[in-house]
Design a protein around this ligand. Sequence first.
Ligand code: Q46
Ligand code: ZN
Ligand code: ZN
Length: 299
Amino acid sequence: MKCRVCRAPAVIDVRRHNAAFCPDHFVVHCQEQVRRAVHEFRMLAPGERVLVAVSGGKDSLALWDLLVDLGYDADGLYLGLGIDEYSDESTDYARAYANRRGLKLHEVDLADDFGFTIPAAAAATHRSPCGSCGLSKRHLFNSMALEHGYDAVATGHNLDDEAAVLLGNVLRWDAGYLGRQHPVLPAAPGFARKVKPLIRLGEREMAAYCVIRGIAYQVEECPMAVGNKHLGYKETLNDLEARSAGSKAAFLFGFLARGHERFAADALLEREELGGCLECGAPTTAEICAFCKLRARAS
Ligand code: Q46
Ligand code: ZN
Ligand code: ZN
């Protein structure tokens, strides 16, 4: 296996591109893919300030690294979820990376700042922890971005994540979610722009990127993910990909090119019916937003 660019021994092959790379050219390949995604979907303009949602895992740290190296003004935000040692370790990885590169990391802690943890929220609501977790992340990344004047929030969702979410949405034909599933959600009153610059890179590529760049990250899966449907969708797509390289990317990018716009109106309608939460001001269809309700129940 030789590097496609320089013919030196390759350390990773990317089957869907029919290519292999040496360490240096693999890093260039990842940068190229992010540059292309940002450009193609008009995620960020030069000079804009980005808030990167950092979890301490490979995707978000690789994303931060790539954006900074591509010249973006990118700070991080770490959200402490209170999931035992998993969260403690994840905090350490996020801080260590920020320190090493001299980058600014904002930190918000659910327990210290809002009086609850994700396990407590799951117990109080009798629902899956991931529901409360996703809700809290969306709410707090958005409110921090607005409060600190960032132009966009960037998340580390990669090709595998987005294809798995798409499969779940298609299996239920959830029109609202399909309309919102896009690598860029534009800003609107009460909403910061949301972007997903890793959409052209797979999970395996992000792990390799971190190893090559010497970025230490949380390798453990979140203990609350067990039995999560999302993991099953990923496995199914990996089976398809093993039989036919490129099917995952074809599924996702085909939807974005030819399917998404058919659902976009459903998602826009939902946004128009929103007022401000009486407690925190966030956009909501009710008097009190879902995050403030969760906080009241769980704390
Ligand atoms: S962190 Fe949160 Fe994930 Fe853990 S509780 Fe579920 S959603 S699995 S990305
Ligand atoms: Zn090379
Ligand atoms: Zn609220």
